[in-house]
Design a protein around this ligand. Structure first.
Ligand SMILES: [Fe+2]
Length: 241
C-alpha cells in the first residue's frame, strides 16, 4: 500500500485543529481562571471590595465620533483600506435591549498591524488609523462602529498561524461586574477554518454567533451586523481573557 505523503511543518500548522480544542492549550493564549494569586504578595494586601451601590451610571460619557476609527481626528485624512460599518444590538437573555452598555473595540489596520508596542511585525503602521473605538448602546441596545476592514496577521511565535480578519470587543454595563470579551469574524474567510481561536469555539452555532452578517450599506460600503447576547441559550461566546 502506498504510503501517505509526509506533511511539512508548515502544512501541519495549517491543518484545522480538532473541534473543541481548549484555548488554554494554545500557546500565548492561556486562560486566566484565577484572578487572585494564592499567596499574598510580600507586604501587599488585596484591596477590599466594596459594592457598586445603587447609583452606578446607566451611561458613560463618550464624545461623538469615538466610534469612528477611520480618522484620528475630524478633518484628518482617512485611514487606508476598505471602509466598513459594524452595527448590532446588545441583548439580554430575554431578547431585551441592554442600553448604556459601554463597548470598546480594537483591531489591526488594513495591512495587519496593531498600533501597540507588542506588535513588532514589519508590516507598516497607518498614521491615520488608531484601531480603537468606543461607543455606548442607545435605548434600543444599538451600537455602531465606522472602521476599515482589518487584514489577517501572522501570530508571533508560530511558524504558520495567521489570524483571520477579526475585531476585538469588550462590553461593560450595569450588572456586569467583570467585562466581557469577544471577537467578531468576517464571513467567507478561508482562514477562519484554520484558526486555533475560531476552532476552539465549542460548535458551529458558536462560530456562527461570532461571524458578522454582511449586507450592502447605504454609502455603498459593506455593513456587518454583529449582535451580542449577554446570557441565556443564545449567549454570545465570551473569552476569559
Ligand atoms: Fe487580534
Amino acid at each position: 500500500m502506498a504510503k501517505a505523503p509526509t506533511k511539512s511543518k508548515a502544512e501541519r500548522a495549517l491543518t484545522p485543529v480538532k473541534r473543541g480544542r481548549k484555548l488554554k492549550q494554545i500557546k500565548g493564549y492561556a486562560v486566566q481562571s484565577k484572578r487572585t494569586p494564592s499567596r499574598h504578595l510580600r507586604k501587599l494586601e488585596t484591596t477590599p471590595w466594596q459594592t457598586l451601590g445603587p447609583f452606578y451610571p446607566y451611561e458613560f460619557l463618550i464624545k461623538p465620533g469615538e466610534n469612528d476609527m477611520t480618522r484620528i481626528a475630524k478633518g484628518k485624512p482617512r485611514a487606508k483600506g476598505e471602509v466598513i460599518d459594524v452595527v448590532g444590538r446588545v441583548l439580554d437573555e430575554d431578547g431585551q435591549p441592554v442600553r448604556g452598555c459601554l463597548i470598546e473595540a480594537w483591531q489591526c489596520n488594513a495591512a495587519g498591524r496593531y498600533l501597540h508596542a507588542v506588535d513588532q511585525s514589519d508590516v507598516p503602521l497607518d498614521p491615520n488609523f488608531t484601531g480603537v473605538g468606543r461607543v455606548v448602546t442607545d435605548e434600543d441596545g444599538r451600537y455602531g462602529f465606522h472602521t476599515v476592514k482589518p487584514a489577517p496577521y501572522a501570530v508571533p511565535g508560530y511558524d504558520s498561524w495567521k489570524r483571520p480578519r477579526h475585531i476585538h470587543f469588550s462590553l461593560y454595563a450595569a450588572g456586569i461586574l467583570d467585562r466581557l470579551i469577544t471577537q467578531m469574524y468576517f464571513p467567507g474567510e478561508r482562514l477562519n477554518r484554520q484558526d486555533f481561536m475560531y476552532n476552539a469555539l465549542p460548535d458551529d452555532k458558536a462560530r456562527r454567533a461570532l461571524t458578522g452578517k454582511a449586507s450592502k450599506g447605504s454609502r455603498g460600503t459593506t455593513t456587518y451586523t454583529f449582535n451580542m447576547v449577554l446570557r441565556g441559550s443564545q449567549e454570545t461566546p465570551f473569552f476569559e481573557v
